[in-house]
Design a binder for this molecule. Sequence first.
Ligand code: AMP
Ligand code: MG
Length: 465
Amino acid sequence: MQFNAQYTQLASKLYHHQKPHPLLNPQAGHFNHALADELKFNGDWVALCSGQQTFDEFEPLAMVYAGHQFGQWAGQLGDGRGLLIAQVLNTHGKTIDLHLKGAGKTPYSRMGDGRAVLRSVIREYLAGHALNSLGVASSNALGFTSSRQGVQREKLEPGAMMLRTSDCHIRLGHFEWINQYAPELLADFTQKCIEWHYPHLLDSASPTIDFARGVIERTAQMVANWQLVGFAHGVMNTDNLNITGSTLDFGPFGFMERFRPDWQNNHSDHSKRYTYQKQPSIAKWNLWVWVNNLRPLVDDEQTLLATIEHFEPTFLKYYQNGLAQKMGLPSFHKDSFDCGLEFLQLLQKEQLDYTQSFWRLQQQEYTAIQHDCIDQTSFEKFITRYHAIREHQDVSALQANMKNPRYILRNHMAQKAIEHAECEDFSEVDRLFKLLANPFTVQPELEQPSDLLTNEPALAISCSS
Ligand code: AMP
Ligand code: MG
């Protein structure tokens, strides 16, 4: 592996060096070979993913940050159970963070035990992999291990450790911590963020303002992609969003099954702050909090704060184009977006499965959709309009451009893999890993009928992890 230790160039106030507390008698869970190749890793992955081995080239560290949680200022947070254990260059020359989750207590653990449970590790492991395969910017993971050593949550659960990879672990909340506790570090920290993650802006006339715009645009694109694949993050606190717009810190996330805009997967979110339909506005709220942290760096505050106005048009551009592509409609046609929304209204009214319905549309199985509709008039109205838009278009080109997954990580699929893994059988994790590696392709040899089934009743997923 080729190391590129960047984070330790920052002021030492921003992190705390510390070693992982290894898992007792770790057991191999799952390993991502393709990712290992990309990172040029060929060592003992079980030792690495259980905290038994670290690298001589990088001294592990916990980052400090702060954040707004559920809309409230939460003060100092930080890596309470994770450690940055390396930064390496991948085969594309990109710097990737290796972050060990569940690595034990740190000075930022507050009341927590520093551990992660097998249940949440498997969910994050498979979800990161699923999003990457769906083309949504996200963290991923090299592998995970488990242990019989119990971790107490609502009940005693098997502990686990996961080696997460991400292009960036700098959160919006890093800026909040600096402004609150060490404002003298803001200029240098921002400069480093630009250098590492937005290097094309280094020569800009107003790098801070362009950096703000860049973070806003990438976050808007990420959230548009979440909406398009039906992903709900579940805990969009400012400490769980990074500055490169790649999905981070999966908690009670979910992939939507029946199309319900007000669907929430996080049952601990009593105020319904993080429902599927609120994700764009919450992202904008978080970015507004964040952008205000850059004020000390600019003379022209008005222009800085106006960057937030880029959020909506950027989100809409990606969402509208993406929806047209999912529908197999031309993005330039004036009726395409409305027709896409009409389809969504139909799904909502009929409580149809989001992923299955788009898959059927792509397969031109229109009668299968119709068959599931009670309100035939609305279906007829939609399908007439749909065909009318496509009538004078190159339908085969539109069909070829459609990109709808057959497979998503449904809660019940993850749950089954977890239940097997808790009995030390990781074969279901492996099956899902392979299935979700190619979500757009029918895989008869791997697929089970339940992979396509809408889950009823829904599983209750909480914040506890
Ligand atoms: P989250 O919203 O799950 O990303 O976590 C919010 C904060 O709580 C972060 O600072 C985490 O590092 C910390 N945290 C979560 N779980 C634990 C735990 N079991 N032990 C220590 N800190 C934790
Ligand atoms: Mg977090």
